[in-house]
Design a protein around this ligand. Structure first.
Ligand code: BGP
Length: 474
């Protein structure tokens, strides 16, 4: 059996998708708190934002989410019951620094995460902390233009210093930015950046450049404050296949993957790849580089690569193929005739996970942590309230098998955390009905319902997977 004894089995969430209590406990407004349910959500996520206030007519899913803020004890007990070895969660920056540049951190926010971490540790669950999962204090956006402004690097470093100092005896695993490549696709969600169609590419690369600097600063700080900690970067991964064996298609697919790799190259290898610098130059995009930046990036590379994997992607050089698109994790992609799709159009490709893991390890030779994988589906409880989610079990089981194969191929995989281990709100659509969980949360898209937590069939299945260290996937 391929899984090492200390393999980190667990589940993952993000603060803004589970906590709720969006202004409680001294928390400030985060950029994600301005994402409504409905048609306006995606354009806003892409940066087409016009204001910094909530529309009183709209429903904002993050404000209540699944109220982990008040239910964390019950929720962590459920993780423990499943036998979780780790829990990947994020800290909301705006809970610690409500305005992002406050002179002092918010003690109530810090104390909340102390309680969560303490309970995880008491149950033998290793916390894996994402420092920034799609949120920036709104005040920083209003005041400075968020990640477009270099001052964010300094402010993020202060936030990290506070987090590392406070939790240094509690946390061993960190991730700097969730899915760093999302800044190029959803600049508002990933970087708090608004775009107006004039200089969008420049704005996105400026923002992501600052995030890369901030990531290196976080690594440098972690080495000083918690030298034993392992700190990683993260890619929204999923190999792009060429639609045909035409060399033009192969090249197109390679370009798509290199867009994300260019960023993880910086975080893992310490330098920008020459192809990116050439492309930026051609497009007239300038990285806002200052003396000392190159050294900072070179000297502060990460310990591991975290990835999300939901699906492979497909590309063609033939522009006429665009009618054949389907949805994916933000990246719309060509429909692959060999693959099934989820109810939201995301292609299902377990072998793609093995391919992705091997490709990434061939490139980087650092351990990989699969911190997101799962199936968003509608669940319908039966008359007794039970949920027999065999489709989810089939998805997870096939992906875990593919990951096991990759480990046998020689890829060191640190762990695996099921995305949305309990139902939470969807990042892209804001819906509750797009459920990933092994625990059902009785709430609808508008937050109506009892909020009760109900174990699905997959709950017991995953419990056994963990108990047998992956030997039993049936
Ligand atoms: C990733 C994000 C998560 C998450 C997941 C599933 O990109 O890191 O926050 O939500 O995708 O996406 P969705 O919720 O849109 O189905």
């Amino acid at each position: 059996m391929a899984f090492p004894k200390d393999f980190l089995w667990g589940g993952a969430t993000a603060a803004n998708q589970c906590e709720g209590a969006y202004l409680e406990g001294g928390k400030g407004l985060g950029t994600v708190d301005l994402l409504p349910l409905g048609k306006a959500r995606f354009p806003i996520s892409e940066g087409k934002i016009t204001g910094y206030a909530c529309d009183p007519q709209a429903y904002y899913p993050s404000h209540k989410a699944v109220d982990f803020y008040h239910h964390y004890q019950e929720d962590i007990a459920l993780m423990a019951e499943m036998g979780f070895k780790c829990y990947r969660m994020s800290i909301a920056w705006s809970r610690i620094f409500p305005n992002g540049d406050d002179p002092q951190p918010n003690e109530e926010g810090l104390a909340f995460y102390d309680r969560v971490l303490d309970q995880c540790i008491a149950q033998g669950i290793e916390p894996v902390i994402t420092l920034c999962h799609f949120d920036v204090p709104v005040a920083l956006m209003e005041k400075y233009g968020a990640w477009k402004n270099r001052i964010l690097v300094e402010l993020f470093e202060r936030y990290c210093e506070t987090v590392f100092t406070r939790y240094r005896n509690k946390v061993q695993y960190f991730i700097t930015f969730n899915e760093i490549n999302m800044a190029l696709h959803l600049p508002y969600v990933a970087a708090g950046v608004a775009v107006d169609g004039t200089n969008d590419e420049q704005a996105k690369y400026t923002a992501v450049y600052h995030q890369l600097l901030a990531s290196a600063c976080a690594v440098r700080l972690a080495r000083r404050i918690i030298p034993q900690a392992r700190i990683g970067c993260m890619l929204a991964a999923g190999q792009t296949y060429p639609y045909t064996c035409a060399p033009e298609d192969v090249w197109e697919a390679m370009q798509k993957d290199r867009e994300g790799y260019a960023l993880t190259d910086v975080q893992i290898r310490g330098t920008f790849p020459p192809y990116l610098l050439r492309q930026l130059k051609q497009k007239g995009i300038r990285l806002p580089e200052l003396p000392g930046d190159r050294q900072l990036l070179r000297e502060n590379t990460v310990d591991y690569l975290a990835i999300s994997y939901y699906a492979s992607r497909l590309a063609s050089a033939d522009k006429a193929m665009v009618q054949e698109m389907t949805d994916g994790n933000v990246f719309a992609t060509l429909k692959n005739p060999h693959l099934e799709r989820s109810q939201w159009g995301w292609q299902i490709d377990p072998l793609g996970l093995r391919i992705t893991l091997n490709t990434l390890y061939d490139r980087y030779q650092v351990p990989i942590f699969v911190v997101e994988n799962g199936l968003g589906a509608q669940d319908t409880p039966d008359e007794q309230g039970n949920i027999a989610d065999d489709y989810r079990i089939a998805y997870l089981s096939a992906h875990i098998k593919a990951m096991e194969d990759a480990i046998s191929d020689g890829v060191p995989v640190l762990g695996y955390t099921v995305w949305g281990w309990m139902d939470i709100i969807s990042a892209s659509t804001g819906q509750m009905k797009k459920r990933y969980g092994m625990v059902y949360v009785d709430l609808d898209d508008y937050g109506r319902g009892t909020g009760a937590r109900i174990r699905k069939k997959s709950f017991y299945w995953y419990q056994n997977v963990i108990k047998t260290n992956g030997a039993c996937l049936e």
